[in-house]
Structures are given as structure tokens and as C-alpha cells.
Design a protein around this ligand. Structure first.
Ligand code: MEV
Length: 348
């Protein structure tokens, strides 16, 4: 195969962020907004990454015998590119050889909003690499490769919830464990009426996770109770989602929000958006993700009303739906196909 395009979805949390880092279950959804990877074989052995979605627009780096070559030394750029580089290295190791590739990444997910853009890029890269080199990786293998990538980049202060949703899609109950993470997909989950609100600031996930860790060290019994309670809400929430009991899902989201507030990850802006959504008859509203900025999510049968309320309070509403698909191949092209340029030359 000469060219392949793959994609993987972003994610949002219905329940369980932060607690999931401490081994409790979280219930999250894959959203319809996706990241895309196109890989094309090169005649030489260079791997060229064109990351169109990084905040430094169209930054080009290449890596080969002498390692990664950058114009800049920003560590955040290194981290972002590791989400492509590490799955590629795993694929080369599995194939027992390296091939030259042009890799283009694009994402409809705004980086830094906590909607899982890095994870979706990583998962789409792993699938594309497997397709390019005929490795036959299934979703479990893709999850393992990208989980390892995430834990290397984020130095342990994270779960692989985003990797799980980008890989498997739908609505999943995910649990992090030293014995092996588990993902249970809720089959036939109903199409929940959701609105995400972006608060306009990109909080730092790692900082927020470390803040909760410090709080737990200082108040072990009290904070552990909060974390356990969030885990129980995720389990009960999963049941309510499977039963399409929207009223209960909403109520549990509100309780979860109270506990996230207790963990100190709320902000004034997020609070305003959450209360605005509730006043606009959302059944439930809470932070989605790390907090400290980024996004909130609400369950809102009257989506337009909630959208306007979020806008009125200075947030950016994102009306989204659940993506049943996780990672998928979008397009294949083999060398037998004639390129547009060749068609012009040949007059076909
Ligand atoms: C961040 O999106 C969610 C956290 O639970 C961290 C993680 O699960 O990696 C705060």
C-alpha cells in the first residue's frame, strides 16, 4: 500500500475524571469530532511529519539516523510529536524494518481543550502504520501501543481513557490497572443529547492531576472517600446510560460536579457555564476532563437553549454526538491506482 488515511475520535467524560487516575472507573464517550492521519510511502528512507494541527502552524520536522530534527526546541512540541513518533517506532520494531514515509496529521479537535486530540492522533497513527506495513494490529494491540505512548509522554500522571475511546469508540467504562487496563463498551448506548462548552482557556492536565495527588497525600482519608464516591457514580451512571434514564444521568453528573469542585479543579468560568446550562434546563452539567479551564459538558434535551446560554456567558458551545466508531481506515490507495497528475499526463 502506498497511501492510507485513518482517523480516530476525540473524547469527553460523562463521569469519573481524576478518580480514574487513582484506579476508579470512568464513563466516557467518543465524540464525532476526529483527527486524521495520512501516510504516504517515500522513495527514500526519511520519515517526515507535517503536523498541521500544532499551535506552531505547519511546523516540519524529520527524523532519521540522527534522531528528530527541529527548528525549535520547545518541549511541548516534542511531547506532541511523540504521539506520532512512538507508535511509529513500535510499528517499525514489529515490522523489523523502517520505511520512508510522509505523515500528515490534521485534527478537527482544538489542541488543549481536553477533548483528546493527542490521543486520537496517536491511535490514528498506530492504525495507519499497521495498515502501511501489513502488521494486522487489532484494536487491543493499538490500545496497548498508544497507552504506552501516553504514559511515557505524560509521565504517569494520567489514565488512558482518551486512548481507549479513540480506539474503541462509543460509550465505554474504562478502568486503569497495573494488571492491565479494562474497557467495557456499553453496546446500544442511546444517542445522548449533549453539548460541550469550551471555557476559552487551555488548562494544564498534568498540573491538575498533580494537584489532586497532593491533596490526597495531605488529606488521605477525606480525599480517598471523594475519589471512591466518584468511582461509584461512574458505575451507577453507566447503568443509567444503558437504561436511557436521562434524568438519573443528569442528576449523577451534577453530583459528580460537586465532588470535582471539592477536589479543587473548578474555575469561575467553568462554574458560570455549568450554572448557565442548568438554568437553561440542562438535566446535568459538569466539567469534562482535567478542569482548571478547558471544557464542561451538559446533558441537554433542549440543545439550542443551552447553546445560547453557554454563548451568553462567554463560552464556545460545541454540539456533538457520540461516535460509534473508534479508529477507522478512511481511504486506501495502492500503487496500481493512477495519481491525478499521471492521469493528466496520460490524458485519462
Ligand atoms: C483529563 O482529560 C482527565 C484526567 O482524569 C486525567 C486522565 O485521565 O488522564 C484528569
Amino acid at each position: 500500500m502506498d497511501v492510507v488515511t485513518t482517523s480516530a475520535p476525540g473524547k469527553a467524560f460523562l463521569f469519573g475524571e481524576h478518580a480514574v487516575v487513582h484506579g476508579e472507573p470512568a464513563l466516557a464517550i467518543a465524540i464525532s469530532t476526529r483527527s486524521f492521519i495520512t501516510m504516504q510511502k517515500r522513495a527514500d528512507s526519511k520519515v517526515n511529519i507535517l503536523a498541521k494541527d500544532l499551535s506552531i502552524r505547519n511546523l516540519q520536522v524529520s527524523y532519521g539516523e540522527r534522531g528528530v530534527e527541529f527548528d525549535t526546541d520547545y518541549s511541548s512540541v516534542q511531547d506532541a510529536l511523540a504521539f506520532v513518533r512512538l507508535p511509529m517506532q513500535a510499528a517499525f520494531a514489529d515490522a523489523g524494518k523502517e520505511i520512508g514515509l510522509d505523515i500528515t496529521t490534521t485534527s478537527d479537535l482544538l489542541a488543549g481543550t481536553g477533548l483528546g486530540s493527542s490521543a486520537s492522533i496517536s491511535v490514528a497513527t498506530a492504525l495507519a502504520a499497521s495498515e502501511m506495513m501489513n502488521l494486522g494490529w487489532d484494536n487491543n494491540k493499538i490500545f496497548e501501543v498508544c497507552r504506552e505512548t501516553k504514559f511515557k509522554v505524560e509521565r504517569g500522571a494520567a489514565s488512558a481513557t482518551d486512548i481507549s475511546l479513540a480506539t474503541f469508540g462509543g460509550v465505554c467504562l474504562y478502568r486503569k490497572s497495573n494488571k492491565g487496563d479494562t474497557t467495557e463498551k456499553i453496546e446500544n448506548a442511546p444517542p445522548l443529547p449533549l453539548v460541550i462548552g469550551y471555557s476559552g482557556t487551555a488548562g494544564k492536565s498534568e498540573e491538575m492531576v498533580r494537584h489532586v495527588m497532593r491533596l490526597r497525600e495531605k488529606y488521605p482519608e477525606e480525599v480517598s472517600e471523594i475519589i471512591r464516591a466518584i468511582g461509584r457514580i461512574s458505575l451507577r451512571g453507566a447503568k443509567a446510560v444503558a437504561e436511557n434514564n436521562l434524568a438519573e444521568v443528569g442528576e449523577l453528573m451534577n453530583i459528580n460536579q460537586g465532588l470535582l469542585d471539592a477536589l479543587g479543579v473548578n474555575t469561575l468560568k467553568l462554574s458560570e457555564l455549568i450554572y448557565a446550562a442548568r438554568q437553561a434546563r440542562a438535566l446535568g452539567a459538569k466539567i469534562s476532563g482535567a478542569g482548571g479551564g478547558k471544557c464542561m459538558i451538559c446533558l441537554a434535551p433542549e440543545q439550542e437553549l443551552v447553546k445560547s446560554a453557554i454563548e451568553m456567558y462567554g463560552g464556545t458551545p460545541i454540539v456533538t454526538s457520540i461516535s460509534k466508531d473508534g479508529a477507522r481506515v478512511e481511504k486506501h490507495k495502492t500503487s496500481i491506482e493512477i495519481s491525478e497528475e499521471s492521469k493528466k499526463v496520460l490524458g485519462v
